[in-house]
Each structure stands twice: as C-alpha cells, then as structure tokens.
Design a binder for this molecule. Structure first.
Ligand code: FAD
Length: 683
C-alpha cells in the first residue's frame, strides 16, 4: 500500500506556481491560512470532506517544513499521529515515507503507552506532504500572505456574533470569499526572532512574521483575548566536525514499525536506518551559560516557554550542578548536519560555539546555523468551541500553535479536526466533536477549549483518563469507521481496510473463545507455559492469551485449523487479549461519564442570574468560557465539584421542565384537535 512514486520537487513547484498565478476563482467553501503542520492537514481534510478548498501560505517551498526537530511521534505524540492517520490524515504516511530511524519508545511498559517515533529526513517529509496536497482533488494551493481577515459586524439579532466572509492577500485588492476560514499561522502571529541581544520581526528564521492586519482583526475587531509565548531551537552542527565515537550509539529498532495503518513497511529499509547518539553536558556548559546570561534577552523575558522542551539556559539555571542529556540526531539520509536535541539556545552565535565545544564529542564542532528563539501571539483557546470554531465568529476556525500548543503532532491533530469542521460548516452540515473518551485528539481539544493554556501545551499519555482504551494499536478501530460513516473525512479504501481488520479481529476473538481445554490438557499442549491455576478448570484460548508468556503463534500452532487464518493479526490479538478485562470495566465507566459529560449547556445561559448557589468567581469563569458540555465545565480551572453538582441539577431540572412543558403542549394540541374533530361531526 505504500506509495512508490512521487513527482520531483521541481515539477511540483512548476505545477503549483502555475496554479498560483491562475487562481481560477474568487470564491471557495474553505480557505486555510498557513501551510505548516496544522494547515496541511486542515486543507487535505476539508477537501476530503467535499469542500472546494484554498490553501494560502507564505512560501510554497516551506509547506511541510519541520521548523525544529527532525522527528515525529513519541510518547503521547505517537498516539496523535496514529489517530490522524486513522482519520486519513497525512502525517503518518509522510512519516513512513521520510523516516530514517524508527523506534517504539516506552517498550518496557504496556502497549497502551508505547510511543511510536521516527527520526525524519527533512527533505523527504516536505516532498511527501507537498506531493500529497498537489494531488488532492478540490484543493488549490497558492503562495501569498494573508493581510486581512474579512468579517461582518454583528447584527442586532445576534449581539457579539461576527461572521467570516473571506480574506484579502497582501498586494491584492480583490477579496477571496469563503464560508469558513481556518487560521493556522503557527509562530508567525506578531512573531519576533531572538539571538543574543538582537531581535527582529519573523515567525521562523528566513520567514517574515504574519501581517499586522491579521493580528489587528483578531484583537481589535473580534475582541479576542491574545497571549504571548516563546520557544526556541538549537544550532545545527556540521556532522563531519563531531567525534561521534565519544558518544553512546543508539540504534533504531531492527524492524521499523510504520505509523500508518495502510502501510505494512516503511520506505527506509531496516539496514538503511541511521543511529542516534547520546552525550551529556559538562560543568563547562553551565559556566558558559552563567557567564553569558546577561547577553540573552530571550531568556530574560518573562514570556512562558515550553516546560517540557526547555532551552539549555533554562535547564542549567533551574537545575545547577546536573548533567543534561544531549541527543545527536541525523537530519536526513544524505544531510551533512546533526540536530543536537536538548541544546535549544538563544545566546550570541560566538557564545553558542563556545558552549557546544564544552561537550566532548563536539570539542572541535562547527555550527552551520545558530540556534534562535521566537516569541509569538496566541489566541486563548477557551474562546473556541470543541469544533475549534471561534465562538464569537461564525466560520472562523483556529488550529495549531496559534492555539497555544507546541509540536507538529498537536498541530496536525487540531488542523485535521478544524479542516473537517470548517468544511462541514461551509457545506451546511452540523459540526462534529470528538470526546476525550474516544481519542487523544478529543483530550487535546477538550483540554484547550475548556482549560486554556498558560504555557505551550504538549500531549502526554497521562493527560488521557482512558489510556488503556486509547491505544496506538487500535486508533483505526476507534476512529476510521466513525471518520467514514459519521464525519466524512475517510476514503472508502481506508474504510474497507478498517472493516476487514475489525471483522478479522472479531472472528479471531470468537475463535479464541471457542477453543477450550482443561488446565490439565493445556499443560500438555503448552508444556513451557507456567500456568498459575491450581484447580483443573476449563480455559479458553482467549484466557490463555492473557498469560504473559503465551503468544498467538503458540496457540495457532496448537490449533492450526481454526486459528492460523488470523496470523497476520497476531500482535493486535495479543494486545486485545491482555487489555480486554480492563477495557470492559473502563467501558462501563466511560458510558457512565459520557451520559453526564455530553449533557449540553445552552450557549445563551445567563450565568450571572442562574438561581443556583454559585460563587461570583465561578459565574465569571463560566460566563467567560461558556463550556459547551457539563464535562467541559468540570475541567475548567477554578470550577469546584460543588459548582458542578449545582449546575448538573439545574440543567436536569430545566430539561425535565422542558420535557413536561413539551408533553403538556402536545397533550393540549391533541385535545384541541379531538375537540375540533368532535365539533366537525355532522349533527
Ligand atoms: P507552522 O508549522 O509554524 O506553520 C505556520 C505556517 O503559516 C507557515 O507555513 C507560515 O508561512 C504560514 N503563515 C503564517 N502567517 C501567514 C499569513 N498571514 N499568510 C499566509 N501564510 C501564513 N515544537 C516542539 O514540539 N518542540 C520544540 O522545541 C519546538 N521548537 C520550535 C522552535 C522554533 C524556532 C519554531 C519556529 C518552532 C518550534 N516548534 C517546536 C514548534 C513546531 O514547529 C510547531 O509546533 C509546529 O510547526 C506548529 O505547526 P503550525 O501548523 O501551527 O505552524
């Protein structure tokens, strides 16, 4: 299933620029602003749902660029990649195409929290994403900078409700109209770049910031609350100048595991994969940071940076005297550069050189491009609905770093969902949401829209309450069928594959239940398995598969006639068997929670006059965030359990009253109709 052919980058660019100069129409269903990780998924998803879509981005050649680390996935993030893939998104297949070092992180723990991860070849990743977008039907790609977002003023019947009508490009007088616009401008909104004591406007090295007009519309016309965050990236090191024999080699997995459910293998063959190297900081690194901190204005600002991916300056200042890990990662199969993960820094370039030379493998290292920091505006995401639509502006959707997240995977996941909903809104079908009980994407969006962010948000498995059900291996069963049947973003090819797998798993699980033997006979069949049962009870193949040292292959050898047809699913069956008892308990818990979680809170509720016991502070939070469900209200910071109980009983009572009133009206109508019918009878 892995695609073998890609157009060359040159032929791609030629095609795209032709498209750009002949923008066929001035009216689209959906416009996506920004061709980063959120924008590319949003554009492809909107087009898959059936919307005529336009992607506008500053530079075609940076579509799919990896601004920072050349890697995808990891613990929590890998789950997002699998879910994006299950919904027919791009990043999983792009990872399989561009990966040059695959590993499953957290393997010592259970498969629910394994983290599929790959080092990527930057150029291959970009090429794949660009080629995919170009071949997506209903999608037009244009190079340009969006200068202005066009919105209507609220009309008197809907106070505070704007509606998006389109965009205007810089240096173009004609607007381009659309029913929905998705903003995915990443770190570019009022972006400033920092190196040492100098700062300049920009969203990424070599790229201008997003236009001031866009920020102005969001802040002034739409009145959105905007915050400021920062992040940074390490210098890129010339590989030939590093003595890798002084670092610890970390080989990839001997057999690469693809991200995509459609792929059985990766483009890079097992033996072609490249290793990573691990080394550590020394006291010399700490000394250089201490001596030069006054030369570093990025670090001195009190803007919040990524806690889980901090700069070397922050790490050294926070944990003096410790040594810190530095991973030396390949940037591509043929690249001459190394990416030193853990050394994000913003000191002046000469100090950066002094610092890296304090680390033994880099004693003589040369820097190709210095590290730098970026500070940017983000829109406080509690102003969004679970569909990622700005609550006060119909048709305006936001996704990615603009919502206060960090990371490609978080951006891709939001992009896909915003693209889906922007298309549905434009096509006049109701928007859809994913719950935190069915996906990490649901957890991510719910955290953003109900809790907001105070620092760059990244995904962890610990954020998901139901992580044993939300495993990377079963993302297709959780999402692909829904994605096709209810959401409309999954192709029939992928759907049929998911149905085939689901049916195969169901049949195999039934077959496993049907093979039963007494403990005594199982011991004879599988003498090497240490069975704990002392009584001579009857056990099924399914029971046996839950044993740590029993594999599906062993059972298939014992019962070839009924189990060997399912060998292809052996690893998935093992995981299903191990997690099944726990997942069944969790399912009941999920059903209970879902009942209350999904209870809608009317969007026009006047929290200040609700006749229930709520503190002024709680009323203010509820009024500001306007959670769409009771579940979302539960997770708001500052909302007490007591407040939730009052809210729950208020909503229940109101619903009961409404139901009673509906019944009363229906009864009355029926009585009146009967009377009319009676009066009409001939005398
Ligand atoms: P981006 O990938 O940034 O894409 C935004 C796109 O929008 C760009 O293509 C841009 O050209 C386009 N655009 C912007 N404004 C306009 C406009 N007005 N008109 C048209 N197009 C426009 N992530 C981590 O996980 N860990 C890190 O350590 C880390 N460090 C980073 C360091 C730096 C310096 C940068 C720049 C990013 C870093 N990231 C890091 C973040 C990671 O790159 C982003 O999280 C991810 O790329 C966000 O995706 P996005 O789609 O939201 O934005």
């Amino acid at each position: 299933m892995l695609k073998k052919k890609l157009p060359s980058l040159q032929s791609f660019l030629a095609l795209v620029s032709r498209r750009a100069s002949h923008l066929a129409r001035q009216q689209y269903d959906v416009i996506i602003v920004g061709g980063g990780h959120a924008g590319t998924e949003a554009a492809a998803a909107a087009a898959r749902v059936g919307a005529e879509t336009l992607l506008v981005t500053q530079k075609i050649q940076t579509i799919g660029a990896l601004s920072c680390n050349p890697s995808l996935g990891g613990v929590g993030k890998g789950q997002l990649v699998k879910e994006v893939d299950a919904l027919d998104g791009l990043c999983g297949r792009a990872g399989d195409w561009a990966g040059i070092h695959f590993s499953i992180l957290n393997r010592s723990k259970g498969p629910a929290v394994w983290g599929p991860r790959a080092q990527l070849d930057r150029q291959r990743y970009r090429e794949f994403i660009q080629a995919e977008l170009l071949s997506t039907p209903r999608l037009t790609v244009v190079e340009g900078s969006v200068e202005e977002l066009l919105v209507t003023e609220p009309n008197p019947e809907e106070p505070g409700q704007h509606r998006v009508t389109g965009i205007r490009l810089a240096n173009e007088s004609h607007p381009i109209s659309a029913s929905s616009v998705v903003l995915t401008t990443g770190t570019f909104l009022s972006g400033s770049l920092f190196v040492g004591q100098t700062s300049s406007p920009g969203g990424r090295i070599g790229d201008a910031p997003s236009s001031a007009g866009l920020s102005h519309t969001l802040r002034e016309r739409l009145g959105l609350r905007i915050g400021r965050l920062r992040t940074g990236t390490p210098p890129r090191i010339v590989k030939a100048s590093v003595d890798l024999s002084l670092a610890n080699i970390h080989p990839p997995d001997s057999q690469p595991t693809p991200f995509s459910f459609l792929n059985t293998h990766t483009r890079c063959k097992p033996e072609e994969q490249l290793p990573c190297y691990l080394t550590y900081t020394t006291p010399g690194v700490e000394r250089v940071v201490q001596e030069s901190i006054h030369l570093n204005c990025h670090i001195q600002q009190d803007t919040k940076g990524p806690r889980y991916c901090p700069s070397i300056e922050s790490r050294v200042l926070r944990f003096p005297g410790r040594r810190h890990q530095v991973w030396l990662e390949p940037e591509g199969l043929t690249s001459d550069l190394l990416y030193p993960q853990g050394l994000s820094m913003t000191m002046p370039p000469d100090v950066q050189l002094r610092l890296i030379r304090e680390i033994p493998p880099m004693h003589n290292a040369e820097i190709h491009t210095p590290g730098y920091g970026v500070q940017y505006d983000f829109v406080c995401p509690t102003q969004l609905s679970p569909a990622l639509q700005v609550k006060s502006t119909q048709g305006l959707f936001l996704a990615g770093q603009i919502n206060g997240t960090t990371g490609y995977e978080e951006a891709a996941a939001q992009g896909l969902w915003a693209g889906v909903n922007a298309a549905r809104q434009a096509l006049s079908v109701p928007t859809v949401s994913l719950s935190r009980t069915e996906s990490y994407i649901g957890v991510l969006i719910d955290d953003l829209v109900s809790r907001g962010v105070t620092e760059p948000y990244r995904m962890f498995t610990s954020r998901a309450e139901f992580r044993t059900s939300l495993r990377p291996d079963n993302a297709d069963l959780r999402l692909t069928l829904k994605g096709f049947e209810e959401v409309g973003c999954v192709s029939s090819v992928r759907y049929q594959e998911a149905v085939r797998v689901k049916t195969g798993l169901q049949d195999a699980l039934e077959a496993l239940q049907s093979v039963t033997l007494s403990t005594h006979n199982w011991r004879k069949k599988l003498p090497d398995v240490g069975m704990s049962e002392t009584k001579n009870s009857v056990l099924s193949g399914m029971d046996l598969l839950q044993y740590k040292d029993v594999t599906f292959e062993m059972l298939a050898n014992a019962f070839p006639e009924c189990l060997s047809p399912y060998m292809e699913l052996s690893q998935r069956l093992k995981i299903e068997a191990v997690y099944r008892p726990h997942c069944e308990l969790q399912k009941k818990e999920i059903e209970r929670i879902q009942k209350e979680e999904n209870m809608s809170l009317p969007q026009d509720l006047d929290y200040f006059s609700l006749p229930v016991s709520l503190s002024q502070e709680v009323r203010e939070i509820l009024d500001r965030v306007r959670p769409s469900t009771l579940g979302a209200a539960t997770r708001l910071q500052g909302i007490t359990p007591a407040a939730i109980v009052h809210l729950l009983s208020y909503v229940r009572n109101t619903q009961q009253k409404e139901r009673r009133s509906h019944r009363h009206k229906a009864d009355q109508k029926e009585r009146e109709e009967k009377m009319r019918a009676g009066n009409a009878l001939p005398q």
